[in-house]
Unconditional design. Structure first.
Length: 591
């Protein structure tokens, strides 16, 4: 950093090479930052360095002397941390904390502040003298005590290594609202304070709380904690895309793993086999309301330790209104007609994380009345639905999907939901249930709707049983929505649009949209997701093709002739409507 400031000042012709060399020599003798020494020697003014940094790094500057800071914001950052990194907190807006700092390139300082406060950190540049004066003004004696405890700051050359600094920062973590977090075990409630007493390392407890709360605030769907040979990485999946969030010290790997295992009631001593558990967290939101989030925990032994993936199950994000999921009107009409039939089978297909569970829950919600008996077998039960009898599958005691289905048929059901058809036994019972007066809803892992028929036959189900029982197949994918706050037209060459699947006529008139990037979408241009749907209604003609063992390609051609909108077709409509981008549709679908 020191040499860089010197080079910038030389480039701007604010100082001469001789003055730079003299300042460097002075710094070696007296310590401190190069910019401070240049000011002390009278070669540049404080404001010149601030303006230069602001211009170079694209970070706004601020005159602290004209800014009054709320004492509640000051309390978010301890005095010793402010003194150590030469920073002062300015304001908090939602989940973002704005800080004034002398060195906007000090990413490590911002990472530490994220750990300590749980907020996203937004830096602005201020002069060194102004920051020092502000620290003295707002922290007073506490800042002086911190300065004497750290020996007065010293030069950058004598600073701690990144690992040592990270360890120190973790020791100082203070979640102001830590008492608002409760971890709820199955069958009983345990407060965060009680759990803290069970762990020996308080910083690890607070670090795990920061990771969980930050994921909730960022709207993440999954948390990945991944150990490698020389680093430990934490990533969040937001709107289907993984983002690197932090890299805690590697020496905290085992402690973090043990902490999460304790919270999810797993065996801490077992490190050779995969384990699955669940954490329920209750926390106090911004509007002072209590909110519960479930975390589905999966622990997998890898070469350098145990990788942990936690899926967030937020009831508030469960969309039960089918008209808002993203169905085209003609596809929605077919789907609703199929789930309103008294018997038969409706299958929803797609890869993991494509929104199948949400579609099934929306279907159940649509047909859930006082006159119906709805039974579900799920692994796991993600959300509790009022008026629905939900069964948690437990393979270790023999309660699998097939066993649950057999019991359901003795429980006088109208509608049966099977979490997933994985094997012949489950498929056979589901098909027989559909043929004997029950409506069966389930999921399957296939690439598109027509190939689902072949998948059932590959499992061992006879073609005549598939043709007789299957009402409809819905394949789906999720693509990111363009952020409504920063959407703008993005003219694309007709050749590129035709390559994506548009007709020559449409390619001349369609103008896709794209997100420019703003604070609300973290400069990604996307906010939220929408579904692409391929709904294949099994008509009489399709049943005849299934009976003669037609291929998936033949079934697809016939379904398209009968009006089926393909996944790519659904995506093209959403591009035309300005909902998503060409890149998203091309990434998730094929022609």
């Amino acid at each position: 950093m020191a040499v860089r400031i010197g080079e910038l000042l030389l480039k701007e012709k604010r100082i001469t090479p001789e003055q730079l060399q003299e300042a460097l020599n002075y710094q070696r003798q007296n310590g401190g930052k190069l910019g401070y020494n240049l000011i002390k020697l009278g070669y540049v003014k404080d404001e010149e360095i601030t303006a230069l940094l602001s211009k170079q790094y694209g970070v706004p500057s601020i005159a602290l002397t004209q800014f009054e800071i709320d004492p509640a914001v000051v309390k978010l950052v301890p005095a010793d941390t402010a003194q150590k990194y030469q920073i002062i907190p300015l304001s908090r807006s939602g989940a973002t904390l704005t800080i004034a700092m002398t060195d906007p390139t000090n990413v490590f300082a911002m990472d530490d502040l994220k750990f300590m406060t749980g907020y996203n950190v937004e830096p602005v540049v201020a002069s060194e003298t102004a920051v020092v004066a502000a620290i003295q003004k707002y922290y007073g004696k506490a800042a002086a005590a911190a300065a004497s405890a750290t020996g007065g700051g010293g030069g950058a050359a004598q600073g701690p290594t990144a690992l040592e600094a990270a360890s120190k920062a973790l020791e100082q973590i203070d979640l102001g609202d830590d008492s608002n977090v409760e971890v709820i075990a199955e069958g009983e409630e345990i407060s965060a304070d009680d759990l803290a007493m069970q762990g020996e390392e308080a910083p690890v407890i607070k670090l795990v709380n920061v990771i969980l709360l930050s994921a909730i605030q960022k709207g993440a769907s999954d948390i990945h904690i991944e150990p490698y040979e020389k680093e430990l990485r934490v990533r969040y999946r937001v709107d289907g895309i993984l983002y690197n969030i932090m890299q805690p010290p590697l020496k905290l790997r085992d402690a973090m793993t043990s902490r999460i295992k304790i919270m999810s009631r797993l065996d801490i001593a077992e490190k050779r086999l995969p384990q699955d558990g669940r954490i329920k967290v209750r926390f106090r939101g911004d509007n002072d309301t209590l909110k519960e989030i479930d975390f589905r925990v999966s622990v997998l032994p890898t070469l350098f330790g145990e990788k942990i993936v936690m899926r967030l199950l937020d009831k508030d994000k469960l969309m039960l209104d089918m008209t808002k999921l993203g169905f085209e009107q003609e596809s929605l009409t077919k789907f609703e007609a199929a789930i309103m039939r008294p018997w038969g089978m409706v299958l929803v297909t797609g890869p993991t994380g494509s929104g199948k569970t949400n579609t099934l829950y929306s279907s159940i919600s649509r047909i859930n009345t006082m006159e119906t008996n709805i039974m579900t077998a799920e692994d796991p039960v993600e959300f509790n639905l009022v008026g629905v009898n939900q069964v948690q599958v437990r393979e270790n005691i023999g309660l699998n999907f097939a066993a649950a289905l057999r019991s359901f048929l003795r429980q006088d059901p109208n509608i049966i939901l099977v979490g997933e058809i994985r094997d012949f036994e489950t498929a056979e019972i589901a098909v027989k249930a559909a043929l004997t007066g029950h409506l069966v809803l389930s999921t399957l892992h296939t690439n598109d709707a027509p190939s689902t028929v072949n998948r059932l036959m590959n499992m061992g189900i006879e073609p005549f049983l598939v043709a007789s029982s299957l009402n409809l197949v819905c394949a789906q994918r999720l693509v990111r929505r363009i952020c409504k706050n920063c959407v703008e037209p993005h003219p694309t060459p007709p050749a590129a649009l035709m390559q994506a699947g548009f007709t020559a006529e449409d390619a001349k008139t369609v103008v896709p949209n794209k997100g420019k990037g703003c604070e609300k979408c973290n400069n990604t241009g996307y906010k939220g997701r929408v579904g692409l749907y391929e709904v294949m209604e099994v008509t009489e003609d399709l049943r005849e093709l299934i009976l003669v063992g037609a291929s998936a390609l033949e079934l697809r051609r016939k379904a398209v002739d009968e009006g089926m909108i393909t996944l790519r077709g659904s995506g093209l409509r959403k591009i035309k409507d300005g909902v998503t981008t060409v890149d998203e549709v091309v990434r998730e679908t094929v022609k």
